[in-house]
Design a binder for this molecule. Structure first.
Ligand code: NAP
Length: 392
Protein backbone atom coordinates (compact mmCIF):
# COMPACT_ATOMS: atom_id res chain seq x y z
CA UNK A 1 0.00 0.00 0.00
CA UNK A 2 1.40 3.43 -0.91
CA UNK A 3 1.90 5.98 1.87
CA UNK A 4 0.07 9.29 2.07
CA UNK A 5 2.32 12.35 1.93
CA UNK A 6 1.47 15.16 4.37
CA UNK A 7 2.39 18.79 3.64
CA UNK A 8 2.71 21.12 6.64
CA UNK A 9 1.30 24.61 6.05
CA UNK A 10 1.97 27.97 7.62
CA UNK A 11 -0.58 30.67 6.80
CA UNK A 12 0.67 34.25 6.46
CA UNK A 13 -2.18 36.68 7.26
CA UNK A 14 -5.61 36.17 8.73
CA UNK A 15 -7.62 37.98 6.03
CA UNK A 16 -10.55 36.85 3.91
CA UNK A 17 -8.84 34.54 1.44
CA UNK A 18 -6.53 33.12 4.10
CA UNK A 19 -9.62 31.82 5.89
CA UNK A 20 -11.22 30.39 2.74
CA UNK A 21 -8.00 28.63 1.72
CA UNK A 22 -7.33 27.28 5.21
CA UNK A 23 -10.83 25.85 5.48
CA UNK A 24 -10.21 24.11 2.16
CA UNK A 25 -6.92 22.48 3.17
CA UNK A 26 -8.61 21.22 6.34
CA UNK A 27 -11.18 19.24 4.33
CA UNK A 28 -10.72 15.51 3.89
CA UNK A 29 -8.91 14.93 0.53
CA UNK A 30 -10.97 11.77 0.05
CA UNK A 31 -14.04 13.99 -0.41
CA UNK A 32 -12.48 14.99 -3.75
CA UNK A 33 -11.13 11.47 -4.45
CA UNK A 34 -7.55 12.38 -3.58
CA UNK A 35 -5.77 9.52 -1.83
CA UNK A 36 -2.02 10.19 -2.20
CA UNK A 37 -1.50 13.43 -0.25
CA UNK A 38 -3.02 15.41 2.60
CA UNK A 39 -2.52 18.75 4.32
CA UNK A 40 -1.85 19.80 7.87
CA UNK A 41 -2.17 23.28 9.33
CA UNK A 42 0.80 23.78 11.65
CA UNK A 43 1.03 27.56 12.07
CA UNK A 44 -0.80 30.83 11.45
CA UNK A 45 0.49 34.37 11.69
CA UNK A 46 -1.12 37.78 11.75
CA UNK A 47 1.15 40.70 10.98
CA UNK A 48 0.81 42.52 14.27
CA UNK A 49 -1.36 40.67 16.75
CA UNK A 50 -1.00 37.23 18.29
CA UNK A 51 -4.67 37.30 19.29
CA UNK A 52 -5.76 37.63 15.65
CA UNK A 53 -3.85 34.46 14.81
CA UNK A 54 -5.33 32.63 17.80
CA UNK A 55 -8.85 33.74 16.87
CA UNK A 56 -8.28 32.59 13.30
CA UNK A 57 -7.20 29.11 14.42
CA UNK A 58 -10.29 28.85 16.63
CA UNK A 59 -12.57 30.10 13.85
CA UNK A 60 -11.41 27.54 11.29
CA UNK A 61 -11.67 24.84 13.94
CA UNK A 62 -8.23 23.47 13.16
CA UNK A 63 -7.42 20.04 14.61
CA UNK A 64 -4.17 19.26 16.48
CA UNK A 65 -1.54 21.70 17.67
CA UNK A 66 -1.29 24.85 15.57
CA UNK A 67 1.28 27.52 16.46
CA UNK A 68 -0.01 31.11 16.54
CA UNK A 69 2.27 34.08 15.85
CA UNK A 70 1.93 37.85 15.93
CA UNK A 71 4.66 38.44 13.34
CA UNK A 72 5.45 37.06 9.89
CA UNK A 73 9.13 36.71 10.89
CA UNK A 74 8.15 34.27 13.64
CA UNK A 75 6.03 32.25 11.23
CA UNK A 76 8.85 31.71 8.74
CA UNK A 77 11.22 30.77 11.58
CA UNK A 78 8.94 27.90 12.68
CA UNK A 79 10.74 24.65 11.85
CA UNK A 80 7.46 22.71 11.59
CA UNK A 81 6.34 24.84 8.60
CA UNK A 82 7.26 23.46 5.17
CA UNK A 83 5.27 25.77 2.94
CA UNK A 84 4.00 29.30 3.54
CA UNK A 85 0.75 30.47 1.97
CA UNK A 86 1.13 34.24 1.42
CA UNK A 87 -2.33 35.82 1.59
CA UNK A 88 -1.57 39.49 2.07
CA UNK A 89 -2.48 42.34 -0.34
CA UNK A 90 -0.46 42.10 -3.57
CA UNK A 91 1.53 45.21 -2.60
CA UNK A 92 3.11 42.97 0.04
CA UNK A 93 3.70 39.79 -1.99
CA UNK A 94 7.29 40.39 -3.08
CA UNK A 95 8.55 41.22 0.41
CA UNK A 96 6.45 38.56 2.16
CA UNK A 97 7.23 35.74 -0.28
CA UNK A 98 10.91 36.67 -0.19
CA UNK A 99 10.82 36.62 3.63
CA UNK A 100 9.61 33.02 3.47
CA UNK A 101 12.02 31.93 0.71
CA UNK A 102 14.98 33.50 2.54
CA UNK A 103 13.98 31.48 5.60
CA UNK A 104 14.08 28.30 3.50
CA UNK A 105 10.32 27.78 3.13
CA UNK A 106 8.42 26.71 0.04
CA UNK A 107 5.88 29.34 -1.03
CA UNK A 108 2.37 29.45 -2.46
CA UNK A 109 1.71 33.17 -3.06
CA UNK A 110 -1.68 34.67 -3.81
CA UNK A 111 -2.33 36.38 -7.13
CA UNK A 112 -1.18 38.72 -8.48
CA UNK A 113 2.23 37.17 -7.76
CA UNK A 114 3.85 40.61 -7.47
CA UNK A 115 3.33 44.22 -8.49
CA UNK A 116 6.02 44.13 -11.21
CA UNK A 117 7.59 41.55 -13.51
CA UNK A 118 11.06 42.28 -12.11
CA UNK A 119 9.83 41.36 -8.63
CA UNK A 120 8.40 38.10 -10.01
CA UNK A 121 11.74 37.30 -11.68
CA UNK A 122 13.59 37.94 -8.42
CA UNK A 123 11.30 35.57 -6.50
CA UNK A 124 11.83 32.90 -9.16
CA UNK A 125 15.61 33.41 -9.12
CA UNK A 126 15.64 33.04 -5.33
CA UNK A 127 13.49 29.89 -5.41
CA UNK A 128 15.77 28.44 -8.08
CA UNK A 129 18.99 29.15 -6.16
CA UNK A 130 17.54 27.84 -2.92
CA UNK A 131 15.88 24.84 -4.59
CA UNK A 132 12.48 25.78 -3.13
CA UNK A 133 8.99 25.36 -4.52
CA UNK A 134 7.27 28.60 -5.56
CA UNK A 135 3.87 29.00 -7.21
CA UNK A 136 1.37 31.79 -7.81
CA UNK A 137 -1.95 30.77 -6.26
CA UNK A 138 -4.13 30.86 -9.36
CA UNK A 139 -6.49 28.15 -8.12
CA UNK A 140 -8.60 28.21 -11.32
CA UNK A 141 -5.82 26.46 -13.25
CA UNK A 142 -6.14 23.33 -11.13
CA UNK A 143 -9.89 22.71 -11.34
CA UNK A 144 -10.80 19.44 -13.07
CA UNK A 145 -12.92 21.60 -15.40
CA UNK A 146 -9.89 23.73 -16.41
CA UNK A 147 -7.84 20.58 -17.01
CA UNK A 148 -10.67 19.14 -19.12
CA UNK A 149 -11.09 22.35 -21.13
CA UNK A 150 -7.35 22.46 -21.86
CA UNK A 151 -7.52 18.79 -22.92
CA UNK A 152 -10.54 19.50 -25.13
CA UNK A 153 -8.70 22.37 -26.81
CA UNK A 154 -5.64 20.16 -27.35
CA UNK A 155 -7.75 17.32 -28.74
CA UNK A 156 -9.18 19.47 -31.52
CA UNK A 157 -12.85 19.12 -30.54
CA UNK A 158 -13.44 22.74 -31.62
CA UNK A 159 -10.79 22.61 -34.35
CA UNK A 160 -7.79 24.94 -34.43
CA UNK A 161 -8.08 27.69 -31.86
CA UNK A 162 -7.72 31.29 -33.02
CA UNK A 163 -9.25 33.50 -30.38
CA UNK A 164 -9.98 33.59 -26.65
CA UNK A 165 -12.00 36.35 -25.01
CA UNK A 166 -12.44 36.60 -21.28
CA UNK A 167 -13.98 39.10 -18.91
CA UNK A 168 -14.20 39.42 -15.17
CA UNK A 169 -16.02 42.47 -13.96
CA UNK A 170 -18.14 43.33 -10.93
CA UNK A 171 -20.26 46.46 -10.86
CA UNK A 172 -19.40 48.10 -7.60
CA UNK A 173 -20.57 51.60 -8.34
CA UNK A 174 -23.08 53.68 -6.51
CA UNK A 175 -26.23 54.50 -8.42
CA UNK A 176 -26.24 56.37 -11.68
CA UNK A 177 -23.22 58.29 -12.85
CA UNK A 178 -21.99 59.43 -9.45
CA UNK A 179 -18.49 58.38 -10.44
CA UNK A 180 -18.04 56.77 -6.99
CA UNK A 181 -17.46 53.10 -6.30
CA UNK A 182 -18.78 51.51 -3.14
CA UNK A 183 -15.24 50.73 -1.94
CA UNK A 184 -13.80 53.28 0.49
CA UNK A 185 -10.72 54.89 -1.08
CA UNK A 186 -8.53 53.08 1.45
CA UNK A 187 -9.78 49.62 0.30
CA UNK A 188 -7.15 47.39 -1.26
CA UNK A 189 -9.23 47.15 -4.46
CA UNK A 190 -8.71 50.85 -5.27
CA UNK A 191 -5.92 52.01 -2.96
CA UNK A 192 -2.73 52.52 -5.00
CA UNK A 193 -0.60 52.03 -1.87
CA UNK A 194 -1.97 48.45 -1.71
CA UNK A 195 -1.46 47.99 -5.49
CA UNK A 196 -5.19 48.51 -6.01
CA UNK A 197 -6.95 48.39 -9.36
CA UNK A 198 -9.10 46.01 -11.35
CA UNK A 199 -6.22 44.55 -13.34
CA UNK A 200 -4.03 43.23 -10.54
CA UNK A 201 -6.98 42.01 -8.49
CA UNK A 202 -9.61 40.70 -10.92
CA UNK A 203 -7.91 40.95 -14.31
CA UNK A 204 -5.48 38.17 -13.44
CA UNK A 205 -8.40 35.78 -14.00
CA UNK A 206 -9.34 36.96 -17.48
CA UNK A 207 -5.61 36.83 -18.29
CA UNK A 208 -5.61 33.29 -16.86
CA UNK A 209 -8.09 32.14 -19.53
CA UNK A 210 -6.08 33.76 -22.33
CA UNK A 211 -2.78 32.37 -21.10
CA UNK A 212 -3.91 28.88 -20.11
CA UNK A 213 -5.19 28.34 -23.66
CA UNK A 214 -3.18 30.54 -26.03
CA UNK A 215 0.17 30.42 -24.18
CA UNK A 216 0.19 27.29 -22.01
CA UNK A 217 -0.90 25.03 -24.88
CA UNK A 218 1.83 26.31 -27.21
CA UNK A 219 4.51 23.62 -27.64
CA UNK A 220 7.47 24.14 -25.26
CA UNK A 221 9.91 24.93 -28.06
CA UNK A 222 7.50 27.43 -29.64
CA UNK A 223 6.63 29.55 -26.60
CA UNK A 224 5.75 33.04 -27.67
CA UNK A 225 4.77 35.93 -25.40
CA UNK A 226 2.08 38.25 -26.71
CA UNK A 227 2.39 41.66 -28.29
CA UNK A 228 0.26 43.72 -25.94
CA UNK A 229 -1.94 46.75 -26.57
CA UNK A 230 -4.54 48.03 -24.16
CA UNK A 231 -6.86 50.74 -22.93
CA UNK A 232 -7.64 51.55 -19.34
CA UNK A 233 -9.71 54.06 -17.44
CA UNK A 234 -8.54 55.58 -14.17
CA UNK A 235 -10.88 55.79 -11.19
CA UNK A 236 -11.16 59.51 -10.47
CA UNK A 237 -11.02 59.17 -6.68
CA UNK A 238 -7.75 57.22 -6.41
CA UNK A 239 -6.21 56.82 -9.87
CA UNK A 240 -6.48 53.01 -9.85
CA UNK A 241 -7.60 51.30 -13.08
CA UNK A 242 -11.37 50.65 -13.03
CA UNK A 243 -12.16 49.57 -16.63
CA UNK A 244 -9.38 47.83 -18.52
CA UNK A 245 -9.16 45.87 -21.77
CA UNK A 246 -6.09 44.11 -23.14
CA UNK A 247 -5.44 42.82 -26.64
CA UNK A 248 -2.80 40.07 -26.89
CA UNK A 249 -1.44 39.01 -30.26
CA UNK A 250 0.64 35.85 -30.65
CA UNK A 251 1.74 36.45 -34.27
CA UNK A 252 3.72 33.25 -34.86
CA UNK A 253 0.71 31.20 -33.79
CA UNK A 254 -1.85 33.45 -35.47
CA UNK A 255 -3.90 33.73 -32.30
CA UNK A 256 -5.40 36.68 -30.43
CA UNK A 257 -6.67 37.08 -26.89
CA UNK A 258 -8.91 39.78 -25.45
CA UNK A 259 -9.03 40.15 -21.67
CA UNK A 260 -11.14 42.69 -19.83
CA UNK A 261 -11.92 43.60 -16.27
CA UNK A 262 -13.57 46.40 -14.36
CA UNK A 263 -15.67 47.70 -11.50
CA UNK A 264 -18.58 49.32 -13.42
CA UNK A 265 -20.13 46.35 -15.26
CA UNK A 266 -20.83 42.74 -14.30
CA UNK A 267 -19.95 39.66 -16.34
CA UNK A 268 -22.81 37.17 -16.39
CA UNK A 269 -25.06 39.95 -14.99
CA UNK A 270 -27.28 37.95 -12.59
CA UNK A 271 -27.18 34.95 -10.25
CA UNK A 272 -28.07 32.62 -13.11
CA UNK A 273 -25.08 34.02 -15.04
CA UNK A 274 -27.41 35.18 -17.80
CA UNK A 275 -25.17 37.47 -19.77
CA UNK A 276 -21.72 37.39 -21.25
CA UNK A 277 -19.81 34.14 -20.59
CA UNK A 278 -16.62 34.68 -18.57
CA UNK A 279 -14.56 33.07 -21.34
CA UNK A 280 -15.22 32.21 -24.97
CA UNK A 281 -12.71 29.98 -26.73
CA UNK A 282 -13.18 30.08 -30.48
CA UNK A 283 -11.90 27.44 -32.87
CA UNK A 284 -12.34 26.64 -36.54
CA UNK A 285 -15.02 24.07 -35.71
CA UNK A 286 -16.74 25.41 -32.66
CA UNK A 287 -16.57 27.24 -29.36
CA UNK A 288 -16.30 26.58 -25.65
CA UNK A 289 -18.21 28.98 -23.43
CA UNK A 290 -17.26 29.19 -19.77
CA UNK A 291 -20.21 30.24 -17.62
CA UNK A 292 -19.98 31.69 -14.11
CA UNK A 293 -17.17 33.74 -12.59
CA UNK A 294 -13.85 33.44 -14.47
CA UNK A 295 -12.19 32.42 -11.19
CA UNK A 296 -14.77 29.69 -10.43
CA UNK A 297 -16.87 28.59 -13.40
CA UNK A 298 -20.21 26.90 -12.81
CA UNK A 299 -20.46 25.14 -16.15
CA UNK A 300 -19.09 25.14 -19.68
CA UNK A 301 -20.70 24.59 -23.05
CA UNK A 302 -19.03 22.74 -25.91
CA UNK A 303 -20.68 24.18 -29.00
CA UNK A 304 -20.06 22.44 -32.33
CA UNK A 305 -21.99 21.97 -35.56
CA UNK A 306 -23.38 18.80 -33.95
CA UNK A 307 -25.02 20.72 -31.08
CA UNK A 308 -24.36 21.92 -27.56
CA UNK A 309 -23.07 19.85 -24.66
CA UNK A 310 -23.32 21.45 -21.22
CA UNK A 311 -21.05 20.24 -18.42
CA UNK A 312 -21.36 21.31 -14.78
CA UNK A 313 -18.29 22.13 -12.70
CA UNK A 314 -18.26 20.41 -9.31
CA UNK A 315 -16.53 21.64 -6.13
CA UNK A 316 -16.89 18.71 -3.74
CA UNK A 317 -17.67 19.49 -0.11
CA UNK A 318 -16.32 17.57 2.84
CA UNK A 319 -19.41 16.03 4.44
CA UNK A 320 -18.03 16.39 7.95
CA UNK A 321 -16.82 20.01 7.64
CA UNK A 322 -19.57 20.91 5.17
CA UNK A 323 -17.06 22.94 3.20
CA UNK A 324 -15.50 22.85 -0.25
CA UNK A 325 -14.57 25.98 -2.14
CA UNK A 326 -12.17 24.58 -4.76
CA UNK A 327 -8.86 25.99 -3.52
CA UNK A 328 -7.77 22.55 -2.31
CA UNK A 329 -6.74 21.47 -5.81
CA UNK A 330 -3.96 24.08 -5.98
CA UNK A 331 -2.90 22.98 -2.49
CA UNK A 332 -2.80 19.37 -3.72
CA UNK A 333 -0.51 20.50 -6.56
CA UNK A 334 1.84 22.07 -3.98
CA UNK A 335 1.91 18.86 -1.93
CA UNK A 336 2.71 16.69 -4.95
CA UNK A 337 5.43 19.06 -6.17
CA UNK A 338 7.09 19.25 -2.74
CA UNK A 339 6.76 15.47 -2.28
CA UNK A 340 8.36 14.85 -5.67
CA UNK A 341 11.13 17.43 -5.23
CA UNK A 342 9.74 19.69 -7.98
CA UNK A 343 10.27 23.41 -7.42
CA UNK A 344 7.92 24.50 -10.19
CA UNK A 345 4.40 23.45 -11.16
CA UNK A 346 3.95 22.14 -14.68
CA UNK A 347 0.41 23.54 -14.69
CA UNK A 348 1.52 27.06 -13.74
CA UNK A 349 5.24 27.27 -14.55
CA UNK A 350 7.38 30.20 -13.41
CA UNK A 351 7.86 31.41 -16.98
CA UNK A 352 4.13 31.75 -17.38
CA UNK A 353 3.62 33.82 -14.23
CA UNK A 354 6.46 36.06 -15.46
CA UNK A 355 4.93 36.35 -18.96
CA UNK A 356 1.63 37.39 -17.34
CA UNK A 357 3.37 39.95 -15.11
CA UNK A 358 5.20 41.34 -18.17
CA UNK A 359 1.82 41.77 -19.85
CA UNK A 360 0.48 43.52 -16.75
CA UNK A 361 3.58 45.75 -16.56
CA UNK A 362 3.05 46.93 -20.13
CA UNK A 363 -0.66 47.63 -19.64
CA UNK A 364 -0.08 49.60 -16.44
CA UNK A 365 2.84 51.52 -17.94
CA UNK A 366 0.91 52.37 -21.13
CA UNK A 367 -2.09 53.42 -19.05
CA UNK A 368 -0.02 55.68 -16.82
CA UNK A 369 -0.62 53.79 -13.57
CA UNK A 370 2.36 54.37 -11.30
CA UNK A 371 2.67 52.51 -8.02
CA UNK A 372 5.01 53.86 -5.36
CA UNK A 373 8.66 52.91 -5.00
CA UNK A 374 7.83 51.29 -1.66
CA UNK A 375 5.72 48.54 -3.25
CA UNK A 376 7.54 48.23 -6.59
CA UNK A 377 11.05 47.94 -5.13
CA UNK A 378 12.77 44.66 -5.93
CA UNK A 379 15.21 44.99 -3.03
CA UNK A 380 14.31 42.58 -0.25
CA UNK A 381 14.21 44.06 3.23
CA UNK A 382 13.13 41.85 6.09
CA UNK A 383 12.44 45.00 8.17
CA UNK A 384 10.27 46.57 5.45
CA UNK A 385 6.92 47.78 6.86
CA UNK A 386 5.37 45.33 4.40
CA UNK A 387 6.93 42.54 6.48
CA UNK A 388 6.08 44.03 9.84
CA UNK A 389 2.41 44.87 9.52
CA UNK A 390 2.47 48.24 7.82
CA UNK A 391 2.04 49.69 4.37
CA UNK A 392 3.37 52.56 2.26
N1 NAP B 1 -7.65 33.31 -4.94
C1 NAP B 1 -8.73 34.04 -4.72
O1 NAP B 1 -9.85 33.66 -5.04
C2 NAP B 1 -8.60 35.35 -4.04
C3 NAP B 1 -9.74 35.97 -3.52
C4 NAP B 1 -9.56 37.17 -2.82
C5 NAP B 1 -8.30 37.71 -2.70
N2 NAP B 1 -7.22 37.09 -3.25
C6 NAP B 1 -5.86 37.66 -3.12
O2 NAP B 1 -5.46 37.45 -1.77
C7 NAP B 1 -4.78 38.58 -1.26
C8 NAP B 1 -5.48 39.05 0.02
O3 NAP B 1 -6.82 39.36 -0.29
P1 NAP B 1 -7.97 39.34 0.84
O4 NAP B 1 -9.25 39.55 0.15
O5 NAP B 1 -7.81 38.16 1.72
O6 NAP B 1 -7.59 40.66 1.65
P2 NAP B 1 -7.97 41.03 3.16
O7 NAP B 1 -9.20 40.32 3.59
O8 NAP B 1 -7.92 42.50 3.23
O9 NAP B 1 -6.77 40.40 3.99
C9 NAP B 1 -5.45 40.82 3.80
C10 NAP B 1 -4.66 40.52 5.08
O10 NAP B 1 -3.31 40.90 4.85
C11 NAP B 1 -2.75 41.30 6.09
N3 NAP B 1 -2.07 42.59 5.96
C12 NAP B 1 -0.79 42.83 6.28
N4 NAP B 1 -0.47 44.10 6.07
C13 NAP B 1 -1.59 44.71 5.60
C14 NAP B 1 -1.90 46.06 5.24
N5 NAP B 1 -0.98 47.03 5.30
N6 NAP B 1 -3.14 46.33 4.82
C15 NAP B 1 -4.08 45.36 4.72
N7 NAP B 1 -3.83 44.07 5.08
C16 NAP B 1 -2.61 43.76 5.53
C17 NAP B 1 -3.86 41.38 7.12
O11 NAP B 1 -3.82 40.21 7.92
P3 NAP B 1 -2.97 40.13 9.29
O12 NAP B 1 -3.23 41.39 10.05
O13 NAP B 1 -3.49 38.93 9.90
O14 NAP B 1 -1.55 40.00 8.90
C18 NAP B 1 -5.13 41.30 6.29
O15 NAP B 1 -6.16 40.66 6.96
C19 NAP B 1 -4.74 39.61 -2.40
O16 NAP B 1 -3.51 39.54 -3.06
C20 NAP B 1 -5.83 39.16 -3.35
O17 NAP B 1 -5.54 39.42 -4.70
C21 NAP B 1 -7.36 35.92 -3.89
Amino acid sequence: MSTIYTLNWGIMSTGGIAETFTRDILTNPESRSVHDICHQLVAVSASSSLKKAEDFIAKVNAPGKVNAYGSYADLVADSSVQVVYVATPHSHHFQNAMLALEAGKHVLCEKALTVTAIQAKKLVATARVKNLFLMEAVWTRFFPSSIRIRDLCNSGVIGDIYRVMSDISYANGQSGRSGRLDFPDSHRMVNLNLAGGALLDLGIYSLTWIFQILYHLQPEDEKESPIVTSALNKYKATGADDNTTILMHFPTHGTIGVASTGFWTTTGVNEKNEGMPSAIIQGSEGEIHVIGPAFKPQKYLIITKGGVEAISCEYPADLERKWGHGMYWEADECARCVRDGRTESRTLPWGESIAIMETVDKVLRDGGIIYSEGITSDIFDDKSPLNTGGSW
